[in-house]
Design a protein. Structure first.
Length: 587
């Protein structure tokens, strides 16, 4: 693949904002918009008629007519090139489709999402022309359904620890082992499988395309799950499965990189789904709050209920801004969007979970009852925080990826420092001055960069405060990053609580940047302040809240009780439970 262009957020970690993309928010106005709207409306009409989530949940299966309908609507071939019979959607159109489908049913959304976002994505991103010609047509129609098989019983987050074995034997490999919790596994004929082979005496991961007809492929029973019950989740077993060498994806040994590349892009689909889920519960709440009476009023007239509805709306707006700004980065070429996609997944899945929780609260006791459907949405919505990279792992990923460049700059400064210390004949005093010089050069470079962000100009005149907030958020992110590097050095890898805070600052900074970008576009291109008063207010509300959270996290990076956290957890581990129970205390 060609070398990737710079990442928006990596720049921000380094206190550099590339404001050109911010001045051009990617509103939906491409030439294909009309065609997309037609397809969108027909999918929506079909889902309104056919989707029955309560029944799917109860029977724990999508009926054959639904799978057939998905095939007929072209929903298995959304991203596949037209040449192979697909719709050739770009990331934006694909994400919008998942957003729509998840307004109706999460199991349906996951079936088409796992097929395209991860199941066949390896072939899409890394496949040769011959490999694509062989499999894409069948994958486009849904004649073959795809699954992504990485996780194993002893390797979830720690994917590099997989044990499935691949042995090269002439013109084929022999694969043996099992894969756990594979979405679509019960329906799939095409699996992107990761297994370990020995290359030059070292164990390395290789990615394979395995089809059921190769022999030795079987699966266990459907898992009994909290939610997404009609989405197939099974264990997959490979026993002496013969996979031709031409079914290797990319180069032998590149499997880990390929798996991460697939997951990077797949995460945006989950963000789209999360947005659909917020929209769906917001719709439920808007109706319910106006119908339900308490104390002689509609509950929607109560301030606390209004705050919940406003916060759900704010989450939808923020997530929509982040997700489609990022989708556009993907569509614009070889941008490195790995941090941005991870931010969208983490924020989106947590915002959706929070929105469903608020929706349940607004519905009171009715929300808890099966008939209202919210308990199912709550069960269905929980998985987003766990799979395709848990949100903890992704927070570490966001922070550590963002820290790479500032850490390298600091290491450079420290290297200079060490080379100065190597000269024993230097006068002590000179040595000390030199040390200060090198470190202050590091600091000076940072100040110089911060001057750049303070001059963030060119946004709509009504957005002065908001652009100042973006400049300030960026500066806080960069200074927090350098503070952590200076304080902990290499030991920073172990400071997960601090890294989590840094990731949270990055998430909120990206939110401010993308919401500012969107509202700037709205004000400058869609009729000014008067016409867009309410939207301007909402954007300001989101930006203000995000900045307040950033200040809070930055404060906690400087002053915290992390040692108490560690000791308290240690006490729980030691006691195998609650260590401070009144009941157990002896006097
Ligand atoms: C319904 C469902 C569908 C799935 N579909 C697929 C699929 O299609 N294909 C596939 O390959 N996999 C699939 N998975 C697996 C999923 O991706 C994993 O469950 C996920 O990666 C987490 O791994 P784990 O469950 O082993 O948790 P663990 O890795 O055991 O993690 C447990 C907890 O520890 C935390 N943790 C782990 N390591 C660290 C660390 N270094 N620092 C801090 N915290 C850490 C985690 O965040 C989590 O909170 C699916 C799982 C489910 C439940």
């Amino acid at each position: 693949m060609s070398e990737q262009k710079s990442s928006f957020m990596k720049g921000v970690f380094n206190n550099e904002i590339s404001d050109e993309p911010l001045k051009n928010f990617p509103f939906f106005r491409s030439k294909s918009e009309e065609d997309f709207k037609m397809m969108h409306d027909s999918i929506k009409g079909w889902l309104e008629e056919s989707s029955d989530s309560a029944a799917f949940d109860e029977t724990k299966k999508l009926p054959e007519e639904i799978i057939q309908g998905l095939k007929e609507m072209g929903l298995f071939g959304l991203i596949i090139p037209e040449a192979f019979g697909g719709s050739e959607f770009n990331q934006t159109l694909y994400t919008r489709t998942l957003q729509l489908v998840n307004q109706f049913d999460t199991s349906i959304c996951l079936t088409i999402g796992a097929h395209q976002s991860i199941g066949l994505k390896g072939l899409y991103l890394y496949g040769t022309d011959e490999q694509k010609a062989k499999y894409m047509p069948k994958l486009a129609t849904g004649e073959m359904i795809a699954a992504f098989a990485l996780t194993e019983p002893s390797a979830g987050s720690d994917a590099a620890g997989i044990k499935m074995k691949a042995e090269r034997k002439g013109d084929h490999y022999v694969l043996n082992g099992s894969k756990l919790w594979i979405t679509n596994g019960g329906l799939a004929d095409f699996f992107t499988v990761f297994a370990k082979e020995t290359i030059d005496g070292k164990e390395k991961i290789t990615a394979f395309m395995v089809t059921r007809d190769m022999g030795g492929v079987s699966h266990g029973p459907e898992e009994q799950k909290l939610g997404i019950r009609a989405s197939s989740t099974v264990e997959i077993y490979l026993k002496d499965t013969k996979v031709p060498v031409e079914n290797v994806l990319g180069q032998p040994g590149d499997g880990f990189k390929i798996a991460m590349g697939i997951l990077n892009q797949g995460r945006l689909g989950l963000a789209g789904g999360a947005l659909g889920s917020i929209e769906s519960v917001l719709k439920d709440c808007a109706t319910y709050a106006q119908d339900r009476k308490a104390f002689g009023k509609n509950i929607g007239q109560f301030g606390i209920i209004q705050e919940m509805v406003a916060d759900m709306t704010a989450s939808a707006y923020a997530l929509e801004s982040m997700t489609y700004f990022t989708s556009h980065l993907v569509d614009s070429g070889d941008f490195d969007y790995s941090i941005e996609a991870a931010i969208c997944k983490v924020y989106g899945t947590e915002a959706a979970w929070e929105a469903i929780n608020l929706a349940m609260q607004i519905h009171g006791g009715n929300g808890y009852m099966v008939d209202y459907g919210l308990e199912r949405k709550l069960r269905d919505g929980r998985i987003g925080i766990i799979f395709e990279g848990t949100n903890e792992i992704l927070r570490l990923f966001i922070a550590l990826t963002g820290l790479k460049e500032p850490a390298t700059a600091f290491k450079g400064a420290m290297k200079n420092l060490q080379s100065i210390q190597k000269f024993p004949d230097l006068e002590n005093i000179n040595n000390a001055i030199s040390k200060i010089g090198v470190l202050s050069e590091f600091a000076f470079n940072e100040v110089k960069k911060s001057v750049v962000t303070e001059k963030l100009t060119g946004f709509h005149e009504e957005l002065q405060k908001e652009s100042e907030r973006l400049a300030s958020a960026t500066k806080i992110l960069a200074t927090s990053a350098s503070r952590l590097i200076r304080t902990y050095g290499k030991g920073l890898m172990e400071e997960q609580i601090q890294l989590g805070r840094l990731a949270n600052i990055a998430i909120d900074t990206y939110m401010i940047a993308t919401v500012l970008s969107r509202i700037h576009g709205v004000l400058t291109e869609r009729g000014g302040v008067e016409k867009n008063k309410d939207e301007l207010e909402l954007a300001r509300y989101i930006i203000r809240n995000a900045k307040a959270r950033i200040n809070h996290h930055a404060h906690n990076i400087r002053v915290n009780r992390d040692d108490t956290i560690q000791k308290t957890a240690a006490a729980a581990f030691d006691k195998s439970g609650y260590a401070f129970s009144l009941h157990d205390q002896k006097w």
